[in-house]
Design a protein around this ligand. Structure first.
Ligand code: HEC
Ligand code: HEC
Ligand code: HEC
Ligand code: HEC
Ligand code: HEC
Length: 416
């Protein structure tokens, strides 16, 4: 069943295991019939001269740097032919877009599609067989998961090479997922490509986690790694009851995109020659690097380490929450006395409302921790006031440099 195959797809060991199968498969060539059929098709559509040029026998592409041999073109004879856009598979012309940057002579087929390149029988070649862990990511798979674009899952294969590119044409889903991972601050808790926090597990090779390591009991749809990940992202507590991972309110298509991205994060064996030179490393932008540094090393790291930032910004210390369930703690030193008529220290010792639950069930702080939290919130408030004053000075400076012009209505700044 294909569902099980997707579980296999994300399991650890890579494809080289199947060496011993080659001889067996060659004994059952299905491709000869397709070649005969193709010749008839070409004769009908393009004339007898072209038909005579149809190759016979096993056809293959030797992807030397990857030590792969892809024999898909033994049946998929039309891929490089023009004028067969409406032919039935396996005879159709290949869409030209993807091949512009990746000529098949160099890339073969399976690095993008999956499947078992050395095989020439249908089932074996498409890899929907036991013990083949890199099956063809075909339209049926997308259909099984009710994903409208037939080749959506292929983006996972694209990302084995384009992992460190932020935005790549033809990878709309994973482009979105990469944006979500940055915006939601997954790295505050998770290390990804050696950058990030340690509150949650390292996700760098999460795609290699074996299906047997998952607990599928809570799944209400069919048990697969893909469904587990989508479900967990949308409601972490339903899967790990004491999880402190926030529910980011991701829509299903967003959670599916992030899942595809995560499952593409595997150790792989693509040789350097076939990797884009643009991105061999995960480089944060300057702003991202600064933000990550603030979160993990700045004055506010207490609020990350103790997971307050799941619900609270501490904006003046550079701490940002993806959920913003509680108020910005940059102003708590002023806000708490005003709202509750108590000092911050007193509020933390005897919290009320949501914080009473949080501090008794979810985050257990020692007295020293509480003192430290209060100290940092006072510091945050000082910085908040300072930043506000600086910002006002800046806007004042900016408005005063605007030249007065006669025809303009009176400046809005004097309004109350
Ligand atoms: C024995 C002949 C044969 C071989 C070898 C073969 N294919 Fe196919 N392929 C077919 C046929 C027939 C179809 C159409 C029916 C189907 O999808 O099962 C097809 C369909 C496809 C499709 C479209 C599937 C979809 O989503 O509808 C893709 C993509 C594909 N093949 C890729 C490959 C790749 C990559 C290889 C090499 C690893 C390969 N094929 C090897 C016969 C073959
Ligand atoms: C750079 C990656 C890449 C390589 C290399 C590649 N393909 Fe594709 N292939 C794609 C993408 C992407 C699509 C889907 C295009 C779309 O639907 O717009 C596709 C579509 C297909 C289809 C379905 C065509 C259709 O019109 O539905 C078949 C069959 C196929 N490829 C076979 C092959 C074979 C055989 C090879 C090797 C000779 C190969 N591809 C090499 C990326 C690739
Ligand atoms: C085996 C590795 C590999 C796979 C798989 C792969 N690519 Fe590429 N891709 C490359 C290389 C190498 C280049 C050339 C870039 C360069 O010269 O630095 C490239 C270039 C590109 C480019 C143009 C340059 C850019 O970065 O904008 C696009 C777009 C692209 N690939 C999209 C895709 C898509 C979509 C897929 C999946 C269907 C895919 N690639 C699969 C290796 C790969
Ligand atoms: C506040 C900290 C925190 C943030 C932020 C966070 N996570 Fe997690 N995550 C955890 C913890 C703790 C676990 C382990 C408990 C669990 O499975 O829920 C976890 C587990 C996971 C797992 C399961 C890992 C495994 O080995 O089973 C995945 C996948 C995951 N997170 C992805 C993400 C993604 C993607 C994001 C960003 C959209 C994110 N997390 C944001 C704390 C966090
Ligand atoms: C699960 C979400 C959650 C977590 C985690 C959390 N808080 Fe809160 N916190 C809230 C909510 C919601 C409020 C607002 C409650 C109200 O207005 O009654 C709040 C209010 C506060 C207040 C009062 C702020 C004000 O301006 O009135 C302080 C101080 C505070 N939290 C500190 C912390 C600290 C320190 C941590 C980490 C040790 C923390 N919180 C963790 C949800 C959370």
């Amino acid at each position: 069943m294909k569902r099980d195959q997707l579980m296999l797809l994300v399991s650890g060991v890579l494809s080289l295991l199947a060496l011993g199968w080659a001889t067996q498969r060659n004994a059952s060539p299905g491709y000869l019939e397709y070649q005969a059929e193709f010749r008839i098709l070409v004769e009908e559509q393009l004339g007898p001269e072209k038909a005579a040029a149809v190759p016979a026998g096993v056809q293959q592409i030797w992807v030397e740097p990857a030590s792969r041999v892809d024999r898909c073109i033994s049946c998929h004879l039309g891929v490089t032919w023009a004028g067969l856009d409406d032919a039935p598979e396996p005879f159709r012309s290949h869409p030209t877009g993807p091949l512009e940057n990746h000529p098949i002579e160099k890339f073969g087929c399976t690095l993008c599609h999956g499947g078992q390149g050395s095989a020439t029988g249908l089932k074996d070649a498409h890899g929907w067989i036991k013990h083949w862990e890199d099956p063809l990511l075909d339209s049926q798979l997308a259909e099984d998961y009710k994903i409208p674009e037939p080749y959506a899952f292929m983006e996972m294969k694209c990302n084995t090479c384009h992992r460190f590119d932020r935005e790549v044409e033809g990878m709309s889903r994973l482009n979105l997922a990469k944006q979500i991972v940055n915006e939601k601050g997954c790295r505050a808790c998770h290390t990804i490509n050696s950058r990030g926090g340690t509150i949650g597990p390292d996700l760098t090779d999460i795609g290699d986690k074996h299906p047997e390591q998952y607990d599928f009991e809570r799944l209400t749809n069919f048990p697969s790694v893909f469904n587990w990940q989508v479900g967990h992202l949308q409601d972490p507590k339903a899967y790990t009851s004491d999880s402190i991972m926030p529910n980011f309110g991701l829509k299903t298509d967003e959670a599916q995109a992030v899942t595809m991205l995560m499952l593409s994060w595997r150790k792989h064996d693509v040789p350097l020659e076939l990797l884009p030179i643009t991105g061999l490393k995960d480089e944060p932008t300057e702003a991202e690097a600064a933000r990550e540094k603030m979160m993990l090393e700045g004055d506010g790291r207490f609020f990350v380490e103790n997971t307050c930032f799941i619900c609270h910004d501490v904006s003046s210390l550079g701490i940002f929450s993806a959920t913003k369930i509680g108020p910005d703690l940059a102003q708590a030193a002023e806000d708490v006395p005003r709202r509750f008529g108590r000092t911050l220290e007193d509020f933390l010792a005897n919290p009320s409302g949501t914080m009473a639950v949080v501090l008794s069930k979810q985050i257990i702080l020692t007295d020293e921790d509480k003192a430290e939290a209060a100290r940092l919130m006072h510091l945050a408030y000082e910085k908040f006031k300072q930043q506000k004053a600086d910002a006002e000075k800046e806007t004042d400076a900016a408005t005063s440099t605007v030249p007065a012009s006669d025809g303009e209505p009176a400046s809005q700044t004097h309004e109350n």
